[in-house]
Design a protein around this ligand. Sequence first.
Ligand SMILES: [Zn+2]
Length: 300
Amino acid sequence: MSSPRTSAPARRANDLRHLTPEQLRRRRMRERQRRRRRCRRRILLVLFVIAMLAAAWGITLAIEHWTGAPSSQSQSAPAPTAPPASQSAPPSSRPQSESTDVPASADPLLLLANKDNPLPAGYAPDLAYLEGGSYQMQSEAAAAFDRMKNAANATGLHLMACSTYRSVERQTELFNAEIQKWMGQGMDEAAAREQAATVVMVPGCSEHNTGLAVDVGSITNQRVEEDFENEPEFAWLQEHAAEYGFILRYPADKVEVTGVTYEPWHYRYVGVENAQKIKESGLCLEEYLAQSHTEKREDP
Ligand SMILES: [Zn+2]
């Protein structure tokens, strides 16, 4: 492209011919210094880019650590019986809360439902009736409850199921009825909704929606009130429930973690192995899930 008469190398060679040897020597020295400076600038640029990439990677890791939400892992536990792909809520639909946002477990028996962790849309457990009754639970939990009830029976005690599985639709009816009640007393809808949520769990957030929870009473006390803790059935459950895979879900000393008041009547099926580990650890389900998640992350 350049003109044949005044090409850059030709001009340069022409210039050099007019220089004294001393000027030539200085000129070459300056060129060498310029090359060295260019080289140093390039090395610094490469180091800077590497440092920026490392910083970005570090920040990503820190965010994952503090939110407990690694982008590569699914956020929702699969339903016990349903195909996980169609039932999992997309991660973005899951409300995040700093207080009780707990990582989901891959174990369907450790499925978490609380005010910050609604069940995946379309969640539907496979249900079975409890022995001789009209109550339904998730099939494995139902069989375990029957075994537990019969074991208690053999010692002269009577465990009675007072409330078990409740569909999200039924939960919605109860919740809306509670809202209507408060609006009937003059509250606006937002305030009534807030008030209702303190009495009835928001649909999809109740453990009874999982099919894995049961409210237990005795023959003489089916009130599902705190005085159930005075019944011999409660003492027996404290001792033996874990052997059948059940935990006391809302203990008195975990109210701040679970966000639910002490419920000596409410038991949750998690499977025998999990129940025994949870009982030994003294943790509630939220804490246990958070701990197992941390342990898993620390594994090499
Ligand atoms: Zn309950």
